[in-house]
Design a protein around this ligand. Structure first.
Ligand SMILES: O=P(O)(O)O[C@@H]1C[C@H](O)[C@@H](CO)O1
Length: 232
């Protein structure tokens, strides 16, 4: 998508072998879910053990402000709930089981470690845990949709991430996720502010150093088995 570099970068980060996707495929660009999640399966075959996902998201929770960083504790995969799931079709048994569990798919130990890292980097004040929801996009939410999402317990909404996490969990990877809050999602008919992609990218640029420091330090402190790597 415009504004994403679209590069795969391989390297060593603080002594850990990593592969980094600078950008991703989105369902709203017309890609199949099989294609949007294809890199995750490639990573699995490369020996990746841990997937770190980041995204831009709009906040529905009153306590999440623009520029805050939400550690994803769980997700609602709206496309998945209506059958748009990357695992649809014959199961690939060599990757994982037909009916994978999704409870606990955002690794608790890594979430706790991230909060410790945030405290040590003095950014804990802008970090909290919450529930991310994926919607199909590409339009941003109407007021009535925003109210619906808020009522069902969504803290932040975006247009990606859940399919990649489903595929990573299916094949037994550990997952850690962060949402950068780039805008507030209007829930009142009196609100005049409206969100746009340029604003989303701008907040991304403003917080990119902080997100980079958090992820780098998290990876440095992460326990891993020998001969495995991390995908970001
Ligand atoms: O790829 P992510 O989910 O981080 O990007 C979000 C969703 C849309 O692609 C875009 C909207 O501005 O930001």
């Amino acid at each position: 998508v415009q504004g994403h570099a679209g590069r795969l970068v391989f390297g060593d980060l603080k002594g850990k072998t990593c592969v980094c996707m600078q950008g991703r495929f989105h369902m709203y660009e017309g890609h199949s879910l099989c294609k949007t999640t294809f890199p995750v399966r490639v990573f699995k075959l490369l020996g990746v053990e841990t997937l770190v996902v980041t995204n831009a998201a709009g906040s529905l929770a009153d306590g999440l402000q623009i520029g805050d960083i939400m550690i994803i504790k769980d997700h609602i995969n709206f496309p998945g709930l209506v059958g748009l799931n990357p695992l649809t079709g014959p199961n690939e048994d060599r990757f994982g089981p037909r009916f994978p569990a999704m409870s606990g798919c955002y690794h608790k130990g890594l979430r706790c470690l991230a909060m410790e890292v945030a405290k040590d980097l003095d950014v804990a004040a802008i970090m909290q845990e919450g529930v991310y929801a994926m919607v199909g996009g590409p339009n941003f939410e109407s007021i009535a949709e925003a109210r619906l999402l808020h009522r069902v317990g969504v803290d932040a909404v975006g247009m990606s991430t859940a399919p990649e996490v489903v595929v990573a969990t299916h094949c037994g990877m550990r997952v850690f996720g962060l949402s950068l809050i780039t805008n507030k999602v209007g829930k009142s008919y009196e609100d005049s502010d409206s969100v746009n992609h340029e604003g989303v990218l701008e907040v991304g640029r403003l917080r990119s150093d902080t997100v980079q420091q958090l992820v780098t330090e998290l990876i440095r402190r992460m326990e891993i088995n020998n001969n495995t790597s991390t995908a970001v």
